[in-house]
Design a protein around this ligand. Sequence first.
Ligand code: GLN
Length: 315
Amino acid sequence: MILTKRKVLCQELLDEIRAQAAPAYKHGKVADYIPELSRMSPEYFSLSCQCIHGEAVETGDTSRRFTMQSISKVLSLSFALERLGARVVFKYMGTEPSADSFNSLMRLEIASPKPSNPFMNAGAIAICALLYKEYGDSAFDELASYAGGIIGAVPTYDERVCESEKATADRNRSLAYFMKSVGTLRGDVSCFLDLYFKQCSITCTTLELAKIGALFASGGRLASNGERYIKEKTAHTVLGLMTTCGLYNGSGEFAVRVGVPGKSGVGGGILAAVPGRMGAAVFSPPLDSKGNSVAGMNALEALSDELDFRNTRDE
Ligand code: GLN
């Protein structure tokens, strides 16, 4: 018999990973281009795992709430796919990684007026335009209620972070108005941007993010009761895009080091979905030069190694 080298998910393992990974926060920098984000302590750290059949284990500052930032894009994308359908969504954006930073303008002008994918800011703003067209001023409430079904409580957004982003969002405004100028977007761009700022400011804990990860990891079922919540096809589409585009120009590094679909946010969170097994989420605010949490990436790498997320060891 070949003995498994895979460790089991338990409190000791997560505590150990936290002790090893958390100090790396010193090598990153908390985002300050949205001024309100810079008020977060660089030393916060939490790590949560939510298995697809219900068990959850976590460590660190697990009650600390932070803003999802770009992690919210998995919610708006899956919500748009469910309610509007893939054909509508991908009429306005592609499914290719771009190797550019998350708020890059360049490709829209030189390659195609359609954003490369829904996780680039341009693509996420275009999703907001589609949702706004469908739901008008209640679009945010519809999205929050959809998120609430996954995490067990309807989330709210942090008004200070939202206002702070709104006051400094010249780059995102440029993306939106450029898309309007070339006909990719139509209508009142400021409404789409407001929805985008609100969704980025949705607050969460790592356990709530891990529940979202578990939804995709299970092909669309809720970890709380196993009920189907979204179509399997939607989950697969989101997982595919997380694999190739979830950490922007750091997606290749994440694929090599962690090896499963992931999505990061400049608030310091990273969400990972381990197909058929669990959602895992980590929070540590200091970021690398690409906007991804330094200690968070280290922790998920260690978790992946210990629990063999790639499933390549003999059982
Ligand atoms: N709200 C942020 C922005 O648009 C989200 C970016 C991110 O988390 N990568 O700049």
